[in-house]
Unconditional design. Sequence first.
Length: 363
Amino acid sequence: MTILHLISGGETGGSKNHLITLLQQFSKEEVVLGVLQEGQLSNEARKAGIQTVVFNQTSRYDFSFLKKLSSFIQKNHIHIVHTHGPRANFFTYLLKNFVMFRWFTTIHSDPTKDFIKGGIKGKIFTSLNMRVIKKIDHFFAVSHRFGEMLEGFGIKSDKISIIYNGISFAEPVGLPVTREQLGLNKDAFVVTMVARYHPIKNHPLAFDAVNKLRDEGIPIQLYAIGDGPERNHLEKLSDDRDYIHLAGFRQDIHECLKVSDSLLLTSDSESFPLVLLEAARAKIPVVTTDVGGVSALLPSQEFGYIAPTGDVEKVANYLRKLYESKLSGDIESMGEKLYQHAKHNFSLEQLEQATRNAYRKFS
């Protein structure tokens, strides 16, 4: 059984990391990564030893590559096409009437919010995507909440497998960094945020929460790693605040987390954020909004804090509690508890086995 994972190829965040991590667990004979464009994903996948094919779509509206994609599926006896994201979904839908395969998809985000702030075009794409997903054979939802969301869209429960994200908890190999190298004060309460500069991540809420604590005299510094369409807007919001650092894109996430006191996530929508597991691996507690499957990772406040989405007061309050834990010396034990819980329940081995079982059962 050969599986083609199809994705646009422009991804730089959690879905990219999830896919590379997962595909590394399969042999070259079992899986192929197909991308519609060259990018960071295809480059990293090749370096990871993953068989990667680029179908060279020249623009979002170029349909000519479909002939090459169809030929590849038939020539290589692809049994399953596993899509990631609305772009891959749409073109797979066009092929489904002409080529025989089973169609799986992973739901990495709320499809009703994939084109947020996209105007009229965004509304059209959202409507089209919602129609397309009704034609998919089987869904991987990365949290029970996302499984319930799919059922709310009219997807039958027997077409949904709940498979939580997982990572390797082996210490990543990288060059260590210091706070001074990152432009951070060695004595500050450092909160790191790893998220695309995109409206759905709600960086302004993070900024507001940090501002509140600064006004109280708490020496908090925010280190925001990422890139995206909101960069200019966020630069204006943080222009006169030297305690908010827009770090841009970085690959040494683990090293940055290791010199941080906490991870912050203020998204309005997520599935199961991989960066929370990366924080657990670095043994630092988290403050996150109540999105996707975060409650499975944080079943109690022993491990970190969950705030309602959009609630700046709660986010600020939980950051304040973590700062107090740092002063009392309890913050390290919180990070250790989170590490042990995540390592036991969200391992890479669990992700691989659950994925293989679903392929066998539903193909």
